[in-house]
Structures are given as C-alpha cells and as structure tokens.
Design a protein around this ligand. Structure first.
Ligand code: SF4
Ligand SMILES: [Zn+2]
Length: 378
C-alpha cells in the first residue's frame, strides 16, 4: 500500500517514525523562514515598548504607571512545552545578552526621563523576571535596586514554581515590598492541565503565595477568562467562583479575557470555528456578581471589540469596553449604569443554554463573521 495512505499528514499517528506531540505541531510555525525572519528583524538593544497608563494604588490614590516590555529569551516553560494560549514566543529570541538587556533598560529610563511622573513600574519579560536561565541575575539586581532607590512600586511577573524561598528572599532583599504577579489562570487543576497546559498546579500556587507573604511581598494573581475547550456559560460561572476564592489570598486579581495570539493552540481552534473569544457582556456580568472584591479587581480586555479579543455585536463594544477599563481603575460599579444593547439578549440566551444543555464547547455562534469569512473558514 502507498505509504501516504497509511500515515497521518500531521505525523500524530506513528508510522515507523516517533510520534509528534501537539505542542511540537504548534511550535512548528516558530521555525518557518517567515518566523525566523521576523524574530531576527529586531534589534535586541531596543525595547519592545514603554508606555504609561492611569493607575490606582492600594491606598486608593490615583497615579500614573509606566509599563516596560523587554525583548528577552522568553519563558523556560515555553522552551519545554508552553501554555495553550500564549504567543509571547513570537517575540523572543534565544541570543539576547546581558548587554542587550542593560541597553534596553537605559532606553526605558532615557525615554521616560527616569520614569518622571510615575509611581508604579511594571516590568514584563515574556516569562519569569527573576528566572536566571531567562534573565541574567546581574540585570535582575540592577532593576530591583534602581527601582527601589527611585521609590517606585515595582510589579514583576513569575511562574508559581519559580517562587522558591531562596529566590524570593533574594528579591525581597533588593526591592522590599515589590509585587509579584503570577499567571494562575484557573483555580482548578483539571483546567490548568487540560485547558491551559500551564505546567504547575494550584498547590504550587498556594506554596508560592505563602512564600511571597513570608517575605512581605505583594501578591497579584492573573486569571484567564474562557480558556480553550470551555463554553461561555462555564467560563462565566467558573470565573466568579475562582475570583471569590483567589481574591482573599491576593492583594490584586487581574482577569485577562482570552485574546487570540498568533501560532497558538487557541488560534488553531479559533480558525477552525471551535473557539470564540468571550463576550464583553460576560465580563460585565462577572464584575457585577463578584463586586465588591477584597483588594482590587482589574479586568483588562486586550483587543477589546476586535474579533480576536473579547467582543459584542460591533455596535456597543466601544462603550462596554470603556466601562470595563474605567472600572479597573475606579473599582466603582457605577461605571456600568445605563449600559445596554440589543445584543445583550443574544448573550443572555447563550449563557442560559450553555448552562442547561450538556454541550461542552457551548452553543455560541460567531457574533460578527461576514458571509465571505464564513465561506473561507475550514
Ligand atoms: S503564559 Fe506565561 S508561563 Fe505560559 S508559556 Fe507564556 S510566558 Fe510562559
Ligand atoms: Zn451590542
């Protein structure tokens, strides 16, 4: 028999050769000539981006925050496997050096006149800030010490299992009281494993936040709204439950509604019409049900109103997304007063059906797809 007739084109079914894992398939686009060209097109001495946003301190005071996104070697977990929704690997490269990172830090200071006017600084590295295999410890030390000397409230990101007692004590010594944000995504081990491929457990997250507390560091927890393989109705109900359990253990909870990033498993599902990003109405409903939250609740829908981000019918998206953004700064439920649109009924029906009919992926249809796109989708 012809070999082609007995083999799977994706290589998932073995045919004498070793079988491939799903994440190898998802990583394949990383090594196409186009991806390599894009990866090598940037100058590693230059930052990805630096910008300022309005912010609210734990005291309730309003201020300005600077976000600095570095070009780095990326996340250790991605090197091994990777989360199903994370496309950060598209913008990282494994040849970034200490000199490159120092030059990016100088650029951030120079562009912002040493963060003039900001009281908060968010340092994002597409991975764990204080992981030595990702970022040289000399560079970590400079950022920790300088931001502390400048009196800035520092927020860095980390994976739970990287928050070891030794490393956290080291961080706390160099920048006492800084905030460590952990992408927990879901307070459910099944969702972490099978929906997110997160690579750590809720137990490891509990251990990490205990370590942070013991060192007087602040805890920020990210949750993911609507992981893949989950209906809109389930996403809404799980998120409400997770926020109510996670908030008392965190100083801040930040809910990230799914947005479709390039070359991820979620993008494959999305292209196949097997996943739709959340409704903005679901986020409003989630906030209404959990408010008031101990500490602070931030909901930041990236690409809100676009087909790859949380969206509604197209008519009301701008107003609803703006109200959610305002709530994240004011933490005042009044932001949602008077918001309404005809599409709310469609959303409500979807939630009701998702929670009453046993359809694991939900009943939702594309909200805004054109006839042309519908014909082109596989
Ligand atoms: S989401 Fe975070 S932990 Fe997961 S692959 Fe991306 S950077 Fe790594
Ligand atoms: Zn609408």
């Amino acid at each position: 028999m012809d070999e082609d007739a007995t083999t799977c084109s994706f290589g998932l079914i073995p045919s004498g050769k070793p079988a491939k894992k799903i994440h190898h398939l998802v990583k394949a686009p990383e090594n196409t000539p186009g991806s390599i060209r894009k990866r090598e097109s940037w100058d590693a001495d230059e930052l990805a981006v630096v910008y300022t946003t309005p912010e609210r301190l734990p005291s309730g005071k309003f201020c300005e925050a600077t976000t600095v996104i570095f070009r780095t070697r990326g996340c250790v977990w991605w090197w091994k496997s990777g989360c199903t929704f994370c496309g950060y690997f598209n913008d990282v490269r494994d040849d970034v050096t200490l000199e490159n990172l120092l030059s990016q830090w100088e650029e951030a200071k120079q562009k912002t006149n040493n963060f003039e006017g900001s009281e908060v600084i968010k340092i994002y590295t597409s991975g764990t800030f204080f992981e030595d295999r990702e970022n040289p410890p000399e560079w970590q030390e400079i950022i920790l010490r300088e931001t502390h000397q400048m009196g800035l409230r520092l927020i860095v990101e980390a994976r739970a299992e990287m928050c070891t007692p030794e490393k956290i004590a080291w961080v706390a010594e160099r920048h006492p009281g800084c905030v460590v944000a952990i992408g927990l995504e879901a307070l459910d081990d099944e969702v972490l494993k099978f929906h997110c491929n997160k690579g750590f457990s809720t137990k490891q997250w509990h251990r990490a936040i205990n370590t942070l507390r013991e060192n007087n560091l602040e805890v920020k927890t990210y949750l993911l709204f609507k992981p893949p393989f989950m209906s809109e109705g389930d996403a809404l109900h799980h998120s409400i439950e997770w926020i109510s359990k996670v908030a008392p253990l965190s100083d801040e909870v930040s809910v990230n509604p799914m947005n479709i990033q390039n070359n991820t498993i979620v993008e494959r599902l999305f292209r196949n019409s097997e996943y739709r990003p959340p409704w903005l109405w679901s986020l409003v409903e989630m906030i209404r049900q959990v408010h008031p939250v101990p500490g602070r609740l931030i909901v930041h829908p990236t690409a809100a109103g676009r087909i790859r981000g949380a969206h509604n019918c197209g008519e009301c998206d701008k107003n609803v997304a703006a109200a959610i953004e305002r709530y994240s700064v004011s933490n005042d439920i009044i932001e949602f007063e008077g918001l309404s649109c005809d599409c709310e009924k469609v959303w409500r029906t979807e939630i009701d059906l998702d929670t009453s009919i046993p359809i694991p992926l939900g009943v939702g249809l594309d909200r805004r797809i054109s006839d042309e796109e519908r014909l082109m989708s596989p």
